[in-house]
Design a protein around this ligand. Structure first.
Ligand SMILES: [Zn+2]
Length: 122
């Protein structure tokens, strides 16, 4: 456990500023008086130059929801996505970690089976 950081101005326990953007700020902020600091912070995955592939695995159900997710990842229409979902080994997305993460965020909410090549370290 980390020790609590105490605000220099008012003595309250400070909380971390959670980065909500790929390149954002990280630091501590006092919930009471707003005193704090932030530094620029870049997550390692946004500096990763590896090209990853999101590959469709066997056994994904062709449900409406799953097809919609695929259509959205591939930026294609519903019919095309419906063809793709039956096609194990199909590459759904290819790109650097930050782009792939966008796709996996959608996939995680679906029941689509997939894997990432090379191994996904994040
Ligand atoms: Zn304070």
């Amino acid at each position: 456990m980390k020790e609590n950081v105490i605000c220099e101005k008012c003595g309250s326990v400070m909380g971390p500023i959670v980065p909500d953007k790929p390149v954002g700020s990280i630091g501590m902020e006092c919930p009471k008086c707003g005193w704090g600091w932030a530094t620029t912070y870049i997550e390692p995955k946004y500096e990763d130059e590896t090209v990853y592939k999101v590959v469709l695995d066997r056994g994904s159900d062709a449900t409406k929801e799953n097809i919609k997710v695929i259509a959205s990842i591939m930026n294609c229409n519903y019919l095309r996505a419906k063809e793709v979902i039956a096609d194990a080994g199909f590459i759904l997305a290819e790109g650097k970690a930050a782009e792939i993460e966008e796709s996996t965020r959608l996939l995680l909410r679906s029941s689509i089976k997939y894997y990432i090549e090379p191994e996904w370290p994040y």
